[in-house]
Write a protein that binds this ligand. Sequence first.
Ligand code: JFZ
Length: 420
Amino acid sequence: MAVDQGAIRQGSAQRPGARQDPRLDWWREARFGLFIHWGLYAIPAGEWKGEFVPGIGEWIMHRARIPVAEYERLAGQFNPVRFDAAEWVSLARRAGQKYIVITAKHHDGFCMFDSRWTDYDIVDATPFNRDPLRELAAECQRQGLRLCFYYSQTQDWHHPDGDGNDWDYDEPKKDFAGYVESYVKPQVRELLTSYGPIGLIWFDTPKRITLEQSQSLVDLVHEIQPACLVNGRVGNHIGDYASTRDNVIPSELLHADWETPATINDTWGFKKDDHNWKSPQDLIRKLVDIVSKGGNYLLNVGPTAEGVIPQPSVDRLRAMGQWLEVNGESVYGTRPGPLQGLDWCRTTIKPGQLYLHVLDWPARGELRLPGTPSEVTSAHLLADPARAALPVSRESGGVLIKGPATPPDAIDTVVVLTVD
Ligand code: JFZ
């Protein structure tokens, strides 16, 4: 199978028969999700004791080797009173995103939900005293999105037996197996029993987890909620689908269920000095590129400590939503199209329809296809409500479609081809 240029590192994408599993139907249809990295790291926002700490924002505790006792004090200041679940879910919905994956527990170990198994959580340890995951669950139900949880199963820099913190704890002395059994599993159970139906659990950085431990987590998830998916970063090449490396889009079509997790600037957790926002054009084209190769795009925002999604992220998600409002038919529920590897276009298909995503509009609007496996019977612009027919003619070895002389959409003009 023609999988991989090293893009997919973890996951069961190549498992025979995986593509038949109807539990993935909603996720294959969805194509586009919202990732949310939100936690105590939003308070320092990349700065510790007056110094900007390089790297991704949610890693600040690790990068700056902040002692647990000191990092813990952030909880007392965490009061995101501007958090509004309805607004966040509505933003995602209007962006055209079909699922939300939010950090229930990241590597810093702080729980963004009311856990019975620790007091180091947003309800017990902060003045905020609300459970945002509960509020998001209710809003997702109301607005028709799937809620999913990110859970750091291996790294936990707060728990004495979790992986990763060697500045407070002695790594060789850790009882990692005990941590998995008596902390990770009860919390995963909690997440799957207290918030209604969960679309998927997004595990991460498997590191030292064994195959038995990964498998028992997958089994636990499926035992409690059989429909809940597990991403490939549960470790040891199992799980329901594969994740690429962060921000990596494979160079060619993959015959697998896969997802690219990606940042909208250069960090996951909010950093006040990261202003390197990708343009709407770049983001829309990345979505289309991913979908044309059979993947999902899980695009991240990092809300502030006040509970606000940064305005540049909001603006970009809105722009994507506006494009999808017109062109969503060529994205949702599609499969990769037959024309791959061309610079100027991407293709997606549905039964009877081929969507030609034109990124570089050709001179005089002459769209030349090197040949499609089926006969093209008609063509029109997806954005044209009148569906005015574009002239289609056969050329030696291919098809010529005559579009407007100038590009109707500078980002991606979608031409719908009706095919036999
Ligand atoms: C992990 C986390 O450490 C990070 O904080 C963030 O949550 C991100 C989504 O996931 O980072 C990774 C994990 C895997 C790769 C790169 C960064 N990888 O496979 O290249």
